[in-house]
Design a binder for this molecule. Structure first.
Ligand code: GAF
Length: 391
């Protein structure tokens, strides 16, 4: 039996144990790792995530009494029971259940005929590792509710509803990348996404066929998007766009960067944020061009340049992420960078397949020598986006 089939059976059995009834179905949504395009999504820019094989599964069945019951194998506290007509944003202090409750709220607030449901979740997406466990939870819920109610919403609409849940209900001002990755990625591809209008292209990303490997290095430093630093960066970018007279920083062409930086000379903090966003959008476009041309090794230096920009201009790296990137490069990686929101979480490393064991050893050694918790290191092979599983 495959891991997925086993996970589905296990999740269905747990649903039966919790609710004493059969689930109508099981829905899956993956975590993601972002290859390049960091903090560009709330600037209407470009991103390039790929879905991880790590997934959140939701077993669900409808109810007719307007009650939402939520249970997670990974959380203490038993079943959370909420009345749909009493859900109001913001959800102050509802913990993990705010994410799925927020999705139900967002769907109803959009006028969709969503009624009560019982849901049970299991997940293999590491929490707080910058690998988008929240979006996996939201999108698994959105797809389950969509299917249970026969809505047939387009994938980008599910992503938008999930983002609205997180922004308005949970209170985290995230962009749209993670939810779109969970909803729209496809196996074997990276998702080249324009976050302004969600137009997207699935770019083949079969590194093994090229003798390459993408390692994810979870530093085990846990990050929280809701702690203010993310919102601060976002507000700084918006200040930059206003000062430059553009709708969003996406509208500053790379060729106009130095003129834009001159305009912002009086505000060095915003100037550095703008430099990151404009150069990062350019790096995404260069990455896509290299992949389209069949030159995946050429993206290595772009990854490393992206890290320097996040560390020095956006100022969202940390000692463990810098150590991961520097160690991997010194051990022969083609490129490396932090990925996700920052302040902890994960780094990714592009490496020749036959050099991966040496780079991995170097990373464990460097973390041990620095007295850090051992990282968790695994190869990222692009998996499917959200889907329904056979029970
Ligand atoms: C987090 C956010 F949720 C995303 O929207 C994105 O901004 C990312 O940080 C940084 O690229 O994952």
């Amino acid at each position: 039996m495959t891991d997925t089939a086993h996970g589905a059976q296990h999740t269905a059995a747990a649903f039966r144990a919790v609710y004493g009834a059969e689930p109508t179905g099981i829905w899956a949504a993956p975590g993601r790792v972002n290859l390049i395009g960091e903090h560009t999504d709330y600037n209407d820019g470009f991103v390039m995530p790929l879905a991880l094989p790590h997934t959140t599964l939701a077993a669900a069945a409808p109810r007719t009494d307007g009650v939402l019951r939520l249970h997670s194998a990974g959380a203490d506290g038993g079943v959370v029971e909420l009345r749909l007509d009493e859900l109001r944003p913001p959800s102050a202090g509802a913990g993990w259940a705010a994410y799925p409750a927020g999705v139900a709220w967002a769907m109803r607030a959009a006028g969709l005929p969503v009624g009560g449901a019982d849901l049970h979740y299991t997940s293999t997406v590491p929490l707080g590792a910058g690998l988008s466990s929240s979006a996996a939870l939201e999108v698994a819920t959105a797809l389950a509710l969509d299917d249970l109610h026969g809505l047939g919403l387009p994938r980008e609409e599910l992503a938008r509803l999930a983002q609205r849940a997180e922004n308005a209900f949970v209170g985290v001002p995230c962009g749209i990348m993670d939810q779109t990755a969970a909803a729209c990625c496809t196996a074997g591809h990276a998702l080249f996404l324009d976050t302004r209008d969600l137009t997207r292209r699935h770019v083949p990303f079969d590194l093994a066929a090229e003798g390459l490997c993408l390692l994810v290095v979870d530093t085990r430093v846990r990050h929280q998007l809701g702690d203010g630093a993310y919102a601060e960066r976002r507000a700084g970018c918006e200040r930059g766009a206003r000062a430059l007279g553009v709708r969003a920083l996406r509208d500053v062409p790379y060729a106009h960067l130095s003129a834009a930086l001159d305009t912002l000379a009086g505000d060095p903090v915003v100037q550095a944020l703008v430099r990151h966003i404009v150069t990062e959008n350019h790096r995404v476009e260069q990455t896509v061009a290299h992949l389209d041309a069949g030159h995946p090794r050429a993206i290595g230096p772009l990854l490393t340049a992206g890290h320097a920009s996040l560390r020095d201009d956006f100022k969202i790296s940390c000692a463990e992420l810098d150590l991961a990137v520097d160690t991997a490069r010194a051990a022969g990686a083609l490129g490396a960078r932090m990925t996700g929101g920052g302040f902890g979480g994960s780094a990714l490393v592009l490496v020749e397949e036959d050099a991966a064991p040496a780079v991995t050893e170097a990373l464990y050694g460097a973390f041990a020598a620095a007295g850090h918790t051992a990282p968790r290191i695994f190869p990222a092979v692009p998996g499917p986006g959200a889907h329904r599983l056979a029970v």
